[in-house]
Write a protein that binds this ligand. Structure first.
Ligand code: UDP
Length: 326
Protein backbone atom coordinates (compact mmCIF):
# COMPACT_ATOMS: atom_id res chain seq x y z
CA UNK A 1 0.00 0.00 0.00
CA UNK A 2 0.98 3.64 -0.41
CA UNK A 3 0.84 5.30 2.98
CA UNK A 4 1.32 8.79 4.35
CA UNK A 5 2.78 8.95 7.87
CA UNK A 6 2.31 12.25 9.71
CA UNK A 7 4.92 12.76 12.41
CA UNK A 8 7.08 10.06 10.81
CA UNK A 9 10.26 11.73 12.13
CA UNK A 10 9.11 11.39 15.74
CA UNK A 11 9.83 8.57 18.17
CA UNK A 12 6.93 6.15 17.55
CA UNK A 13 6.32 7.42 13.99
CA UNK A 14 9.88 6.73 12.84
CA UNK A 15 9.92 3.21 14.30
CA UNK A 16 6.59 2.56 12.56
CA UNK A 17 7.99 3.82 9.25
CA UNK A 18 10.74 1.17 9.51
CA UNK A 19 8.18 -1.57 10.19
CA UNK A 20 5.96 -0.37 7.32
CA UNK A 21 8.76 -0.45 4.80
CA UNK A 22 9.97 -3.82 6.09
CA UNK A 23 6.44 -5.09 5.40
CA UNK A 24 6.65 -3.81 1.80
CA UNK A 25 4.58 -0.62 2.07
CA UNK A 26 5.55 2.54 0.21
CA UNK A 27 5.96 5.33 2.76
CA UNK A 28 5.92 9.12 2.52
CA UNK A 29 6.39 11.21 5.67
CA UNK A 30 4.76 14.53 6.50
CA UNK A 31 6.49 16.20 9.44
CA UNK A 32 6.99 19.87 10.34
CA UNK A 33 10.12 18.88 12.30
CA UNK A 34 8.98 20.89 15.33
CA UNK A 35 9.88 17.94 17.53
CA UNK A 36 10.80 15.27 14.96
CA UNK A 37 14.35 14.56 13.79
CA UNK A 38 15.24 14.91 10.11
CA UNK A 39 17.74 11.98 10.18
CA UNK A 40 14.93 9.64 11.27
CA UNK A 41 13.26 10.34 7.90
CA UNK A 42 16.37 9.71 5.80
CA UNK A 43 15.74 7.32 2.92
CA UNK A 44 12.05 8.25 2.70
CA UNK A 45 10.14 10.97 0.87
CA UNK A 46 9.89 13.72 3.49
CA UNK A 47 7.28 16.44 3.04
CA UNK A 48 8.33 19.14 5.50
CA UNK A 49 4.96 20.69 6.32
CA UNK A 50 2.35 21.13 9.00
CA UNK A 51 -0.66 18.80 8.96
CA UNK A 52 -2.92 21.89 8.81
CA UNK A 53 -1.48 22.91 5.44
CA UNK A 54 -4.36 21.84 3.18
CA UNK A 55 -2.60 22.59 -0.15
CA UNK A 56 0.44 20.52 0.73
CA UNK A 57 -1.70 17.74 2.19
CA UNK A 58 -3.88 17.57 -0.94
CA UNK A 59 -0.76 16.90 -3.02
CA UNK A 60 0.76 14.56 -0.45
CA UNK A 61 -2.41 12.47 -0.40
CA UNK A 62 -2.45 11.99 -4.16
CA UNK A 63 -2.43 8.22 -4.78
CA UNK A 64 -2.27 7.40 -1.07
CA UNK A 65 -4.33 4.46 0.26
CA UNK A 66 -3.99 5.08 3.98
CA UNK A 67 -2.85 7.64 6.54
CA UNK A 68 -1.07 6.89 9.81
CA UNK A 69 -1.29 9.92 12.06
CA UNK A 70 1.36 10.50 14.74
CA UNK A 71 1.94 14.27 14.49
CA UNK A 72 0.82 15.67 17.84
CA UNK A 73 1.96 17.34 21.03
CA UNK A 74 2.48 14.71 23.68
CA UNK A 75 3.60 16.08 27.06
CA UNK A 76 0.96 15.59 29.74
CA UNK A 77 2.45 18.28 32.02
CA UNK A 78 2.75 20.82 29.21
CA UNK A 79 -0.88 20.18 28.24
CA UNK A 80 -1.96 21.26 31.74
CA UNK A 81 -0.10 24.58 31.60
CA UNK A 82 -0.64 25.26 27.89
CA UNK A 83 -3.93 23.60 26.87
CA UNK A 84 -4.34 25.94 23.87
CA UNK A 85 -1.30 24.37 22.23
CA UNK A 86 -2.88 20.93 22.65
CA UNK A 87 -6.30 22.02 21.40
CA UNK A 88 -4.62 23.70 18.44
CA UNK A 89 -2.24 20.91 17.42
CA UNK A 90 -4.12 17.78 18.47
CA UNK A 91 -7.64 18.92 17.59
CA UNK A 92 -7.76 21.91 15.22
CA UNK A 93 -4.83 20.94 13.01
CA UNK A 94 -5.71 17.26 13.19
CA UNK A 95 -9.27 18.02 12.00
CA UNK A 96 -7.77 19.93 9.05
CA UNK A 97 -5.78 16.82 8.26
CA UNK A 98 -9.04 14.85 8.30
CA UNK A 99 -10.64 17.40 5.94
CA UNK A 100 -7.79 16.81 3.50
CA UNK A 101 -8.18 13.03 3.88
CA UNK A 102 -11.93 13.23 3.22
CA UNK A 103 -11.24 15.27 0.08
CA UNK A 104 -8.91 12.48 -1.12
CA UNK A 105 -9.74 8.88 -2.06
CA UNK A 106 -7.92 7.50 1.04
CA UNK A 107 -10.39 5.84 3.41
CA UNK A 108 -8.10 4.00 5.84
CA UNK A 109 -6.69 5.74 8.92
CA UNK A 110 -4.55 4.61 11.86
CA UNK A 111 -4.39 6.98 14.82
CA UNK A 112 -1.77 7.27 17.55
CA UNK A 113 -3.92 7.43 20.68
CA UNK A 114 -3.08 6.90 24.32
CA UNK A 115 -4.06 5.23 27.58
CA UNK A 116 -4.43 8.82 28.90
CA UNK A 117 -7.99 8.65 27.48
CA UNK A 118 -8.89 6.50 30.52
CA UNK A 119 -7.72 8.89 33.24
CA UNK A 120 -7.55 7.19 36.65
CA UNK A 121 -8.80 3.63 36.14
CA UNK A 122 -11.30 2.09 38.52
CA UNK A 123 -10.15 -1.46 37.74
CA UNK A 124 -6.99 -3.11 36.43
CA UNK A 125 -5.99 -4.25 33.90
CA UNK A 126 -7.63 -1.57 31.74
CA UNK A 127 -9.81 -2.88 28.91
CA UNK A 128 -11.14 -0.79 26.01
CA UNK A 129 -14.58 -0.83 27.63
CA UNK A 130 -13.29 1.03 30.73
CA UNK A 131 -14.75 4.52 31.18
CA UNK A 132 -12.90 7.15 29.20
CA UNK A 133 -12.43 10.00 31.61
CA UNK A 134 -9.18 11.83 30.87
CA UNK A 135 -7.64 13.85 33.69
CA UNK A 136 -5.50 16.17 31.56
CA UNK A 137 -5.89 18.15 28.30
CA UNK A 138 -3.56 15.80 26.44
CA UNK A 139 -5.84 12.81 27.06
CA UNK A 140 -8.91 14.94 26.36
CA UNK A 141 -7.62 16.05 22.94
CA UNK A 142 -6.78 12.49 21.95
CA UNK A 143 -10.21 11.29 23.05
CA UNK A 144 -11.91 14.08 21.10
CA UNK A 145 -10.09 12.97 17.96
CA UNK A 146 -11.14 9.35 18.55
CA UNK A 147 -14.75 10.62 18.67
CA UNK A 148 -14.23 12.55 15.43
CA UNK A 149 -12.91 9.38 13.77
CA UNK A 150 -15.89 7.34 15.01
CA UNK A 151 -18.30 9.94 13.59
CA UNK A 152 -16.48 10.20 10.26
CA UNK A 153 -16.50 6.43 9.98
CA UNK A 154 -20.31 6.41 10.15
CA UNK A 155 -20.84 9.52 8.04
CA UNK A 156 -18.02 9.28 5.49
CA UNK A 157 -16.81 5.68 5.48
CA UNK A 158 -13.37 6.65 6.79
CA UNK A 159 -12.42 3.43 8.60
CA UNK A 160 -9.90 3.76 11.40
CA UNK A 161 -8.03 2.03 14.18
CA UNK A 162 -7.14 4.16 17.20
CA UNK A 163 -4.22 2.56 19.04
CA UNK A 164 -4.11 3.46 22.71
CA UNK A 165 -0.48 3.09 23.72
CA UNK A 166 0.60 2.53 27.26
CA UNK A 167 4.24 3.60 27.95
CA UNK A 168 6.23 3.59 24.70
CA UNK A 169 9.83 2.73 25.53
CA UNK A 170 13.08 1.25 24.20
CA UNK A 171 14.94 1.90 20.97
CA UNK A 172 15.47 0.28 17.59
CA UNK A 173 17.42 -2.97 18.06
CA UNK A 174 19.87 -1.91 15.31
CA UNK A 175 20.82 1.17 17.36
CA UNK A 176 19.82 3.60 14.60
CA UNK A 177 17.17 5.48 16.54
CA UNK A 178 15.42 5.86 19.84
CA UNK A 179 13.91 8.28 22.27
CA UNK A 180 15.17 11.88 22.05
CA UNK A 181 12.83 14.47 23.51
CA UNK A 182 13.69 18.05 24.43
CA UNK A 183 13.11 18.35 27.30
CA UNK A 184 13.29 14.69 28.28
CA UNK A 185 10.66 13.85 30.89
CA UNK A 186 10.36 10.07 30.54
CA UNK A 187 11.52 7.66 33.17
CA UNK A 188 13.74 5.24 31.24
CA UNK A 189 15.96 7.78 29.41
CA UNK A 190 16.24 9.87 32.58
CA UNK A 191 17.25 6.82 34.66
CA UNK A 192 19.88 5.77 32.10
CA UNK A 193 21.21 9.32 31.73
CA UNK A 194 21.45 9.58 35.53
CA UNK A 195 23.45 6.31 35.49
CA UNK A 196 25.79 7.82 32.90
CA UNK A 197 26.13 11.00 34.96
CA UNK A 198 24.89 13.20 32.09
CA UNK A 199 21.60 14.05 33.79
CA UNK A 200 20.86 14.91 37.42
CA UNK A 201 20.02 12.10 39.81
CA UNK A 202 16.62 10.64 39.05
CA UNK A 203 13.65 11.98 40.99
CA UNK A 204 11.25 9.16 41.79
CA UNK A 205 7.78 10.62 41.97
CA UNK A 206 6.08 8.89 44.88
CA UNK A 207 7.40 6.09 47.12
CA UNK A 208 4.44 5.67 49.45
CA UNK A 209 1.72 4.77 47.00
CA UNK A 210 -0.71 1.90 47.27
CA UNK A 211 1.49 -0.47 45.20
CA UNK A 212 3.68 -3.41 46.35
CA UNK A 213 6.90 -1.35 46.59
CA UNK A 214 5.23 2.06 46.97
CA UNK A 215 6.33 3.39 43.55
CA UNK A 216 4.19 3.92 40.43
CA UNK A 217 3.42 1.00 38.16
CA UNK A 218 3.26 1.39 34.37
CA UNK A 219 3.04 -0.91 31.34
CA UNK A 220 6.17 -0.34 29.21
CA UNK A 221 5.79 -1.42 25.60
CA UNK A 222 8.68 -1.53 23.13
CA UNK A 223 8.44 1.05 20.38
CA UNK A 224 9.10 -1.55 17.65
CA UNK A 225 6.22 -3.65 19.02
CA UNK A 226 4.08 -0.52 18.66
CA UNK A 227 5.34 -0.07 15.11
CA UNK A 228 4.38 -3.63 14.18
CA UNK A 229 0.92 -3.14 15.65
CA UNK A 230 0.40 -0.20 13.27
CA UNK A 231 1.31 -2.34 10.28
CA UNK A 232 -1.14 -5.00 11.45
CA UNK A 233 -3.84 -2.36 12.02
CA UNK A 234 -3.33 -1.10 8.48
CA UNK A 235 -3.60 -4.60 7.07
CA UNK A 236 -6.72 -5.26 9.20
CA UNK A 237 -8.37 -2.16 7.69
CA UNK A 238 -7.28 -3.10 4.18
CA UNK A 239 -9.00 -6.45 4.63
CA UNK A 240 -12.27 -4.68 5.47
CA UNK A 241 -11.87 -4.37 9.26
CA UNK A 242 -14.30 -2.09 11.10
CA UNK A 243 -13.45 1.09 12.96
CA UNK A 244 -12.18 0.24 16.41
CA UNK A 245 -9.98 1.32 19.35
CA UNK A 246 -7.33 -1.05 20.73
CA UNK A 247 -5.02 -0.98 23.73
CA UNK A 248 -1.34 -1.62 23.13
CA UNK A 249 0.53 -2.76 26.20
CA UNK A 250 2.18 -5.94 27.45
CA UNK A 251 -0.29 -6.45 30.31
CA UNK A 252 2.71 -6.48 32.70
CA UNK A 253 3.03 -3.75 35.27
CA UNK A 254 6.56 -2.62 36.19
CA UNK A 255 7.25 -0.26 39.08
CA UNK A 256 9.62 2.71 38.99
CA UNK A 257 11.81 0.91 41.55
CA UNK A 258 11.95 -2.17 39.29
CA UNK A 259 12.94 0.04 36.34
CA UNK A 260 15.76 1.54 38.41
CA UNK A 261 17.04 -1.97 39.31
CA UNK A 262 16.80 -3.11 35.68
CA UNK A 263 18.62 0.05 34.52
CA UNK A 264 21.42 -0.68 37.02
CA UNK A 265 21.68 -4.31 35.89
CA UNK A 266 21.79 -3.45 32.17
CA UNK A 267 24.16 -0.49 32.50
CA UNK A 268 26.38 -1.99 35.19
CA UNK A 269 26.18 1.39 36.98
CA UNK A 270 24.29 2.85 39.92
CA UNK A 271 21.29 5.02 39.20
CA UNK A 272 21.45 7.88 41.75
CA UNK A 273 17.98 8.92 42.85
CA UNK A 274 15.90 10.72 45.43
CA UNK A 275 12.20 10.67 46.21
CA UNK A 276 9.67 13.43 45.67
CA UNK A 277 5.90 13.75 45.85
CA UNK A 278 3.87 12.03 43.15
CA UNK A 279 3.14 14.17 40.07
CA UNK A 280 -0.37 15.62 40.27
CA UNK A 281 -2.81 13.43 38.38
CA UNK A 282 -0.37 10.49 38.09
CA UNK A 283 -2.37 7.30 38.78
CA UNK A 284 -0.49 4.84 41.05
CA UNK A 285 -0.91 1.94 38.60
CA UNK A 286 -1.76 1.59 34.92
CA UNK A 287 -1.50 -1.56 32.85
CA UNK A 288 -3.34 -2.82 29.82
CA UNK A 289 -5.64 -5.61 28.98
CA UNK A 290 -4.52 -5.94 25.39
CA UNK A 291 -6.40 -9.16 24.61
CA UNK A 292 -8.50 -7.30 22.02
CA UNK A 293 -5.45 -6.15 20.01
CA UNK A 294 -4.10 -9.69 20.24
CA UNK A 295 -7.29 -11.23 18.85
CA UNK A 296 -8.21 -8.51 16.31
CA UNK A 297 -4.70 -7.96 14.95
CA UNK A 298 -2.94 -11.20 15.88
CA UNK A 299 -0.34 -8.98 17.61
CA UNK A 300 1.97 -10.16 20.38
CA UNK A 301 4.64 -7.98 21.98
CA UNK A 302 8.09 -9.47 21.36
CA UNK A 303 10.27 -7.36 23.65
CA UNK A 304 10.29 -7.74 27.44
CA UNK A 305 11.41 -5.16 29.97
CA UNK A 306 15.07 -6.32 29.79
CA UNK A 307 15.07 -5.91 26.01
CA UNK A 308 13.45 -2.49 26.39
CA UNK A 309 16.18 -1.41 28.81
CA UNK A 310 19.07 -2.87 26.82
CA UNK A 311 17.97 -1.29 23.50
CA UNK A 312 17.43 2.02 25.33
CA UNK A 313 20.90 1.73 26.91
CA UNK A 314 22.58 1.16 23.52
CA UNK A 315 20.79 4.21 22.19
CA UNK A 316 21.84 6.37 25.16
CA UNK A 317 25.48 5.34 24.63
CA UNK A 318 25.18 6.31 20.97
CA UNK A 319 23.60 9.66 21.87
CA UNK A 320 26.49 10.36 24.25
CA UNK A 321 28.98 9.52 21.52
CA UNK A 322 27.16 11.98 19.23
CA UNK A 323 26.93 14.61 21.98
CA UNK A 324 23.14 14.42 21.77
CA UNK A 325 23.30 15.84 18.23
CA UNK A 326 21.75 13.79 15.45
N1 UDP B 1 8.69 9.00 36.75
C1 UDP B 1 9.53 9.24 37.82
N2 UDP B 1 10.55 10.13 37.63
C2 UDP B 1 10.76 10.78 36.44
C3 UDP B 1 9.88 10.51 35.36
C4 UDP B 1 8.87 9.62 35.56
O1 UDP B 1 9.38 8.69 38.91
O2 UDP B 1 11.69 11.60 36.34
C5 UDP B 1 7.58 8.03 36.92
C6 UDP B 1 6.22 8.63 36.68
O3 UDP B 1 5.64 9.11 37.88
C7 UDP B 1 5.45 7.43 36.12
C8 UDP B 1 6.53 6.59 35.44
O4 UDP B 1 7.77 7.04 35.95
O5 UDP B 1 4.92 6.66 37.16
C9 UDP B 1 6.51 6.77 33.93
O6 UDP B 1 6.55 8.16 33.67
P1 UDP B 1 6.82 8.71 32.20
O7 UDP B 1 6.90 10.22 32.33
O8 UDP B 1 7.97 8.01 31.60
O9 UDP B 1 5.52 8.29 31.40
P2 UDP B 1 3.96 8.57 31.72
O10 UDP B 1 3.49 7.38 32.51
O11 UDP B 1 3.85 9.86 32.46
O12 UDP B 1 3.35 8.61 30.35
Amino acid sequence: MRVLVTGGCGYVGAHTVRELSAAGHEVAICDNLSTGHRPFGEGYRLIEADIANQDVLAKALDGVDAVLHFAASAYVGESVVNPRKYIHNNVESALKLLDAVLASPARLFVFSSTCAVYGVPRTLPIAETAPRDPVNPYGATKLFFEHALAAYSVAHGLRSVSLRYFNAAGAHPDGSMGELHTPETHLIPLALQAALGVAPPLTIFGNNLNTPDGTCIRDYIHVSDLGRAHVLALEYLAQGGRTTCLNLGTGEGTSVAQIVLAAERISGRKVPYSYADPRPGDPPALYADSALAQSVLGWRPQFDISAILSTAWNWELRLQAMNHRL
